[in-house]
Design a protein around this ligand. Sequence first.
Ligand code: SF4
Length: 448
Amino acid sequence: MNQFGTVAYHTLGCKLNFSETSTIARSLEKEGFAKIHFDDGADVYVINTCSVTEQADKKCRNIVRKALSYNPSAKVFVIGCYAQLKPKEISTIEGVDFVLGANEKFNISKYLTDLNKNTNTIIKNDHIKETNTFIPGYSIGDRTRSFLKIQDGCNYFCSFCTIPLARGKSRSGTVEQTILKAKELATKNVKEVVLTGVNIGDFGNGTKETFLSLIQELDHIKEIDRFRISSIEPDLLNTQIINFVKESKKFVPHFHIPLQSGSDILLKKMRRRYNTELYRNRISLIKTLMPQACIGADVIVGFPGETDEEFKKTMDFLIDLPLSYLHVFTYSERANTTATRMNDVVPISIRKQRSKQLRNLSEKKKRAFYISQQGANEKVVFEKQEENGVMFGFTSNYIKVKTGYNPYMINQTGHVKLTEVGADGIMKMIFTEQEKEQKLLNELKLDN
Ligand code: SF4
């Protein structure tokens, strides 16, 4: 039973934001504030914002309006990256009680001494240079997969990016502290843990500990079946990490490595810390050691100076590389970044056209990767989502599979053979003989 009131949450943006909302919700729950569904008219609303989201301001306004339509006297907190970057804009939204920046967002309970609405919006927003504390955490959604926050902030200052301004310097906990959090997760029947942060390869920055030393320790946690490395910068994904993943029974062969451009001229303008040669070498090492690995990449199109010729370099580079999918971002100007002061701006219509071209290429790459895995034996963790009698899951190398819905398989790992890519782009599968027997035994056990 809640003692002090109810809270509902809305999260925009990335996995890191989701893991932080989850952490905030757990800590408020401990203080007596029960979490309820957004449309159930909560006493308090917490909106965790993102600055990368297109039309962040409009989205934020809509969610505040929606929250107040469920309970006009609810206390409304707007937190997160957009709150750090544009607190004044947010304070003009009617009905917002508190705007909390990067430091203060973890201290909501401090501002919940009563549930009355404020007469004015209160902004608590330290200068980002003073944001030095690292608050670890994790999300628990459907229990199958959890996002473990291992790092925050970034020291890179790529010329297009506002994240260092919104989240501050790169920082993390120690290996020991992170292992403690992971062990906490291990008691919650989570099958897969995704390591999350802004620049996770920078774990331990300024200390003797490194991302490699962290994953070597995580690998010993018996109760967790799988660890997935989310996005990691190519200059930080070194040979030792790649070799370690190859040997590990828990770290899955799935990498997401931001590329951003296949033109060395543009990589320099973007202030990225590698060139196309380094990137190509990383991909080829992974594929040599783990031919079945899934590799995704982020690409930005329409960055200032991206002429037809430079874009063609990106296109040709990508066609050539054995990538499995792309996340394509259309460049858009962000206040206070160096890129906004650059010449040779690419017209919006061309940005959109290029984005479409790369999205088509991504579809082709994904299909080709799936087809290359037909016939393979894999382990799948099944999720709870059900659609017209079908359930879904992911292989270790991130192939989405489907099979007939069976509630006994939710959050279970199954041994399967991948058969054929369906017209919907999802892999069909059959259980292996050994798995069928095991499944029957499990069903009998659960029924008794
Ligand atoms: S590495 Fe670059 S793009 Fe990534 S968060 Fe840091 S500054 Fe932004």
